[in-house]
Design a protein around this ligand. Structure first.
Ligand SMILES: [Zn+2]
Length: 195
């Protein structure tokens, strides 16, 4: 239904008074009232989702500093294993149908012990003939690489675990299947089944 053709004047006027604003972090467009839009443009404010994500990162850093990273990661892992994002579920469904074994929120940790140890979670880890293939599903229209992400990637590289990054948009538009199949195929060819 075209909202501009309806006789609902409230909805029509509400729509007219909003201005599209682009989030500087994830580049997604959100509709704001004119005054809020001006303020957001002036201060370079990010969208709600990005603000929540930043808040989450700060909270994690604080918890990790207080109780150690291992403890903090354990809690994040448990929460994320239950609360999967729709995009993660789509990828998991694809893997289920294709008959691949995988683990969600798989832990990879550096060798050092105590407070110096770094623990990371991989969104989906495929187990293929005793080998591990990592899949990360990122939000936003362009992938945001935080320092933690880079360190995680470096650790996976050191361990010889191939990594495929998919964006949420790829998954939503169903563009991931071909890339994912190719990724598995390529790595299965390089490392033939040991059975
Ligand atoms: Zn944003």
């Amino acid at each position: 239904m075209d909202i501009m053709n309806t006789t609902d004047w409230t909805a029509r006027n509400a729509l007219r008074r909003t201005v599209p604003v682009i989030c500087p972090t994830c580049c997604e467009t959100r509709l704001l009232r004119k005054c809020d839009a001006d303020k957001a443009q002036r201060t370079g404010a990010v969208c709600y989702r990005c603000a929540q994500a930043a808040k989450g990162r700060r909270g994690f850093a604080a918890t990790a500093a207080r109780y150690g990273e291992k403890w903090a990661v354990n809690h994040v892992q448990a929460w994320r294993q239950i609360n999967r994002t729709p995009q993660e579920l789509t990828v998991q469904r694809w893997l289920d149908l294709a008959g691949y074994e995988y683990m969600v929120e798989y832990r990879v940790a550096t060798k050092s012990s105590g407070k110096r140890q770094r623990v990371y979670l991989v969104d989906v880890m495929i187990v293929l003939c005793g080998r591990l293939l990592a899949i990360e599903i990122d939000g936003g229209c362009h992938v945001l690489h935080t320092r933690r992400d880079r360190n995680k990637k470096a650790l996976l590289t050191r361990r010889g675990i191939p990594l495929l990054r998919l964006s949420n948009t790829d998954v939503e538009n169903n563009r991931f299947a071909e890339r994912l199949a190719r990724f598995i195929q390529e790595n299965a060819d390089v490392y033939p089944a040991a059975v």
